[in-house]
Every structure is written in structure tokens, then in C-alpha cells.
Design a protein. Structure first.
Length: 363
């Protein structure tokens, strides 16, 4: 038999993929030598726009004896495979793992906090520690920046689900931890937690994507400036031409009035054109989750007292055994993770930017 083994292997993988997907969706499969017979649940057959009982084959040309009427090829660009791939990719892959550590830091947190954090006009004292369990979501998201052009890419986020703080560097250091992946009784997130994740990504996303889009932003700004200058030149030349036309002899008073009225409207028209131009080159960024890893791990909760003048505030921080660093704290005004913060007059925890602008909690 003269066959291309690489092609044959690819076809076989496609068929296996289709069969695994359909079986996972509740279909009943019966494999034969040339075709695979499939009995589909009604909702699945409707979603795929096929009959409830179908047959699939990886190569229709080699099917010699088939008596049914609904035979579908499973090959690249075949309609049924495209629909299966679309449905399979509609939900991001979701994994759960628990981390195990032979040793977790138990002391030295005061020095670690002083190395990482800056507390404005405040003094910190560690008052106690305790080992707890906490949850992180390690999320890979696709970003799409749309303007006159568009740019897309991938971003990784590591977020403490219990505090809402980012965990910088956690994903890259996760390979050092012993992991126990859960394959049974996988628990997803509640609707409220999913909303929280979307809000956190929307919150942290713009800053995280800033470096990746720096050249894109410069390009849009450059083009906006170029087109804006062109508009200025055009309308200045138009205004000059219209004013010069008024000095011509034989022009009626009515025409002069109409021309002056049009000249008076030019600034407003130019402003509207520039507004349209700004909308054209404004950048809108959206984020779509493409893969998620839910992590449960032991960590150390560090209790602190923050003193500002005569006022004191009791708080807690999280030591992350994966990064071997303290997780940042969250500003109560803007909700951003930060290592530089302080207390407002009413003892709300704020980043230095919000302290300078005024605590929104107090307002």
C-alpha cells in the first residue's frame, strides 16, 4: 500500500478528536472498518445542524459499502469538523490543581515587608502569622486592540481570588511547586466569581497591555497628528480662499452675507472633523479568556498593625510560597494592586496616587 503515513496519521487524529468531542457531549458511537456511526442527543444534533443519527468517515473515497444517507467526512475544512472545532473552542480550557510544599516560610516577614513595601507616613509592626489556604486564578487572556487598525496578543494574569491582588511572577515560577491536578469532581467558579474575574481583568488589563501596545499607540498618535495637521491646513487654506473671494468686484450683498456665514461656520466644522478623527484613532481594548488554571495553595497570612500618627489600623497580608514574596495590597479607592500606600485621615488604605488625589472612600 502506497500511502502517506503523515497524512494518514493526521486524518486519524481528526477522527479521534471528533469522536472524543461527540462522546463527551453525550453521543453514542459505534466504530466500523470504514465509518463511525453516531447517535446524537437532540440538542447536539441541532447545534451541529445535522441529523440525530449520522455516520462519519475520514476518507469518503475509500468507503465502498455504505447504505445510510447521512455520511459526513471528517477532514480539514469539512463543514461538520469546522462546527465541532468551533463548539470545542467556545469555552476556555479549565484546570484545577492543589500545590504542596515541604517547607513554607514561618518568620522574617517584617524584613520582607520592608523590602517590598513603602508605607507613606506610617509605621508597620507584624503582630502575628497563621497558615491558611487561599485561591489563585492563573488566566491567559487574548487582548484585541481596535482602532483604525487592530493588534492582538496574549497576556497572563495571576490573581489572588480572596484579596483581588495581582501575584506578579507567579505563573513563571509555578513549575517549581509540586502540583496535584484534579481530574474528578472539578468545581468551577460561581456566577459572582466569574463576574469578579471579568472585572479584575478589565481593571488590570489596560496597564498590563500598555507595554505590548506602546508601538501601536505611537503609530495611532502619529497618524492622528498627521491627519489633524492636514485638516488644519485644509481649513486654513479654505478660509483664506473664501475671504479673498469677497474682495472681487461685482459680488452681490446677498452672496457676501452667505459667504461670511460659511466662513463663520468653518471653526465648528473643523472641530467636528477633528472629533471624528479622534474617534477613528481612539483605541478600544477587549479581553477574552482563553485558558485558566485554578490554584489552591497553603500560604501565610501575616497580621500587621499600621500606625499613622496616633491612629492605628489592623490589617493582614499574604505571603505567597510560590513567588516567595508578599502579595501586593489593594488600594481601597482605585482597587489597584500596589506596594506603595498609606492611610487616609479616616484610616482607609490607599495607594500614594489616591492619597494625593483624595480618598474616594472618604468622599
Amino acid at each position: 500500500m502506497n500511502s502517506d503515513t503523515s497524512t494518514q496519521g493526521t486524518d486519524l487524529d481528526l477522527t479521534q478528536f471528533a469522536c472524543r468531542f461527540l462522546k463527551d457531549q453525550g453521543a453514542i458511537l459505534e466504530s466500523g472498518n470504514e465509518v463511525t456511526n453516531v447517535l446524537l442527543p437532540k440538542d447536539l444534533s441541532q447545534a451541529l445542524d445535522v441529523e440525530e443519527y449520522i455516520s462519519m468517515a475520514k476518507d469518503l473515497e475509500n468507503v465502498k459499502s455504505f447504505e445510510g444517507s447521512a455520511l459526513y467526512p471528517i477532514e480539514f475544512q469539512s463543514p461538520l469538523l469546522d462546527k465541532i472545532i468551533s463548539m470545542a473552542g467556545s469555552k476556555p480550557p479549565f484546570l484545577q490543581t492543589a500545590l504542596k510544599f515541604n517547607y513554607i516560610k514561618t518568620q522574617g516577614f517584617a524584613n520582607l515587608i520592608k523590602e517590598q513595601f513603602e508605607f507613606l507616613k506610617s509605621k508597620i509592626v507584624v503582630t502575628g502569622t497563621g497558615e491558611i489556604k487561599t485561591r489563585y486564578i492563573l488566566l491567559t487572556s487574548r487582548f484585541l486592540a481596535q482602532s483604525d487598525e487592530q493588534k492582538e496578543g496574549l497576556l497572563d494574569f495571576s490573581i489572588n481570588m480572596d484579596t483581588g491582588a495581582l501575584a506578579p511572577g507567579m505563573l513563571s515560577m509555578l513549575y517549581n511547586a509540586e502540583k496535584e491536578y484534579q481530574t474528578k469532581a472539578i468545581q468551577g467558579y460561581t456566577k459572582e466569581e466569574i463576574i469578579q474575574i471579568h472585572e479584575l481583568i478589565s481593571h488590570y488589563g489596560p496597564d498590563a497591555v500598555e507595554d505590548a501596545l506602546s508601538n501601536f499607540v505611537k503609530s495611532m498618535n502619529r497618524r492622528f497628528k498627521r491627519d489633524s495637521l492636514s485638516l488644519d491646513d485644509y481649513y486654513h487654506a479654505l478660509e483664506k480662499e473664501m475671504k479673498e473671494s469677497l474682495s472681487r468686484t461685482g459680488i452681490s450683498d446677498k452672496l457676501i452675507q452667505e459667504r461670511n456665514a460659511k466662513i463663520a461656520m468653518l471653526p465648528e466644522e473643523l472641530s467636528a472633523k477633528k472629533k471624528d478623527l479622534l474617534n477613528k484613532y481612539s483605541i478600544k481594548v477587549s479581553f477574552t479568556p482563553v485558558a485558566a488554571l485554578a490554584v489552591t495553595t497553603s500560604c501565610v497570612k501575616v497580621f500587621i498593625t499600621l500606625t499613622s500618627g496616633r491612629q492605628k489600623k489592623k490589617l493582614s497580608m499574604i505571603y505567597n510560597p510560590v513567588t516567595k514574596q508578599m502579595d501586593p495590597m489593594v488600594c481601597q479607592s482605585c482597587g489597584m494592586s500596589t506596594f506603595s500606600l498609606g492611610l487616609c485621615k479616616n484610616l482607609s488604605l490607599n495607594c500614594t496616587t489616591c492619597l494625593g488625589q483624595g480618598c474616594t472612600c472618604c468622599q
